[in-house]
Design a protein around this ligand. Structure first.
Ligand code: NAD
Length: 344
């Protein structure tokens, strides 16, 4: 079994090394999968992709013409795969859960860093500047956190917030009983929350869920956190909200135009994305580059499930983690509307 891995870094390769013995040959490419690079997969039996690979209809057509029958995602989100184009031609499997705690803990790390100005204090003390001016934060205890999307990561974050003595409001299209949070309508969550954290998938319905209109409904000084998918937020509207002093702080692990930038070193280059550049210059914005998943536990969980998906397919077992337009598994079934094709 020859698997072509796209968009890989050293840490990916290390986490898959223990599985070479299973008769799987890994071909690691650091380039992303797109129409121009799909040729690299010729001769492989399956491809393995990550969040910013662009698995659109043209790429799927090429993969099928090479006789490839399986796309395995090293991630939970699958908005970058055109499932309609894949339907009936090529099968797609993902890693539905790999340490939701990794992402939930990074979310809280961003929040604490932002509201206690840890990033500023770190830089100051490195320069022997022990002044506290401008570092005043606020307590999380007693504040209201609004969690949008109460799946695995949302639930893990709710538990963390409850440990901090926060009130938690939640919104989910499919509310779940066991969260310990109070479900509200989206508008109430926007109005009542001191902090809002996004944990729903990117679909046409959730694209730009945070825009000028929703920001208008929020409290002055609200803290926005996005560790889910960039296009949940309209970045231009976010920037306006910050400039108007409506948004108190933004913590972004994802960005809607991240695919050509994140995971690479652009220090020393001129970055052409003016919106991202302006966001980064804001004193109340923290950006991490899609790093929330990056823990040892999550990487080994991703490798284990990905290899198990590959073996299930090639050894003729049921593909438990399949995502498709009409999969029977309710967890993976895609309700209308279909997920967004590519680009995030
Ligand atoms: P999950 O499937 O367990 O939960 C998603 C939740 O969103 C579900 O409860 C679902 O009902 C809800 N939902 C669906 N449509 C909705 C809508 N229109 N409005 C509100 N809620 C809606 O997924 P998860 O494992 O908790 O992951 C959540 C997201 O986090 C993923 O979609 C992925 O994009 C992102 N993620 C990011 C990283 C990272 O490194 N930054 C890592 C893993 C996952």
């Amino acid at each position: 079994m020859k698997i072509a891995f796209f968009d890989t870094k050293e840490y990916d390769q290390q986490s898959f090394e223990p599985y070479v013995k299973n008769g799987i040959e890994f071909q690691f490419y650091d380039t992303k999968l797109c129409e121009a690079t799909a040729e690299l997969a010729r001769g492989a039996d399956a491809v393995c992709v990550f969040v910013n690979d662009d698995v659109n209809a043209a790429v799927i057509e090429k993969l099928c013409s090479f006789g490839i029958g399986l796309i395995v995602l090293r991630c939970a989100g699958y908005n970058n795969v055109d499932l309609a184009a894949a339907s009936g031609k090529i099968r797609v499997a993902r890693v539905p859960a790999y340490s939701p705690h990794a992402v939930a803990e990074h979310t809280m790390a961003l929040l604490l860093c932002s509201v206690r100005r840890i990033h500023k204090a770190y830089n100051r003390t490195k320069d022997f500047n022990f002044s506290l001016n401008g570092l005043t934060g606020f307590d999380l205890y007693g504040k209201t956190m609004g969690v949008i999307g109460t799946g695995k990561i949302g639930k893990a974050l709710i538990e963390i917030c409850r440990g901090f003595g926060m009130n938690v409001l939640a919104y989910d299209k499919y509310p779940s009983e066991a969260t310990g949070a109070r479900y509200t309508e989206l508008d109430e969550l926007f109005c009542e929350s001191d902090i809002i954290s996004l944990h729903c998938p990117l679909t046409p319905e959730t694209e730009h869920l945070i825009d000028r209109d929703s920001i208008e409904k929020m409290q002055k000084g609200v803290v926005l956190i996005n560790t889910s998918r960039g296009a949940l937020i309209n970045s231009e509207d976010l920037l306006e909200g910050i400039k108007e002093r409506k948004i108190g702080a933004a913590c972004l692990d994802v960005y809607e135009e991240e695919s050509d930038l994140f995971f690479e070193d652009f220090s020393g280059h001129i970055v052409n994305d003016d919106t991202l550049a302006r966001l980064i210059t804001m004193p109340n914005v923290i950006v991490t580059s899609h790093q929330a998943f990056l823990t040892e536990e999550a990487l080994s969980g991703i490798a284990e499930t990905t290899v198990s998906n590959i073996l299930d397919y090639f050894e003729g077992r049921e593909l438990e983690n399949e995502v498709c337009m009409r999969c029977g598994n309710a967890e993976n079934r895609i309700e209308e509307p279909a997920p967004i094709g590519a680009g995030v």
